[in-house]
Design a protein around this ligand. Structure first.
Ligand code: SF4
Length: 155
């Protein structure tokens, strides 16, 4: 049986061009804010995106992790598994603080990103994670989403 080949996580890999990251580095780049797991509304005329405080039913609200991470695209067909091919077409709705969006645009990570600070404390203190500020879609009817539009997440 072949031994699994170890993959190198490069020092400060988050400063490299996004296209050069390996699979592990790509996964580690996510800040775990879960802002992308919030329901969005799109204005028909302007195409402007508004975020709501209503989250996907599979989001674990305390840890901002997905209960169905490996099968999320099957359980939720419109859940996008981000990669270099689909990222450009998703930039209009991805949160402005998202590490993938920032690096795609050749911008540095936000100062609170756990890769820079070493843990999630700063991003929690600064209110970047969605924990404690959201509702599960299980408790909100689709037709009532407009009542839950928020201003603290922008695309
Ligand atoms: S918005 Fe971006 S950085 Fe935040 S959880 Fe989603 S993919 Fe990760």
């Amino acid at each position: 049986m072949n031994e699994p080949v170890p993959v190198l996580i490069r020092e400060t890999f988050w400063e490299l061009p996004l296209a050069e990251l390996n699979r592990q580095e790509w996964e580690l780049l996510c800040d775990g804010c879960a802002r992308c797991c919030l329901k969005k509304l799109e204005d028909e005329d302007s195409a402007k995106i508004q975020f709501t405080r209503v989250a996907c039913r599979y989001l674990k609200q305390d840890s901002c992790t997905c209960k169905a991470y490996k099968t999320r695209h099957i359980k939720v067909p419109d859940c996008l598994v981000l990669d270099m091919n689909n990222l450009p077409g998703a930039l209009h709705w991805i949160p402005e603080t998202c590490a993938y969006k920032l690096r795609f645009l050749d911008k540095p990570l936000m100062h609170w990103h756990p890769l820079l600070t070493g843990d999630r404390t700063t991003m929690i203190v600064e209110g970047i994670t969605v924990t404690g500020r959201i509702l599960s879609e299980e408790h909100v009817h689709e037709s009532g989403l407009e009542e839950h539009v928020i201003r603290w997440v922008k695309a």
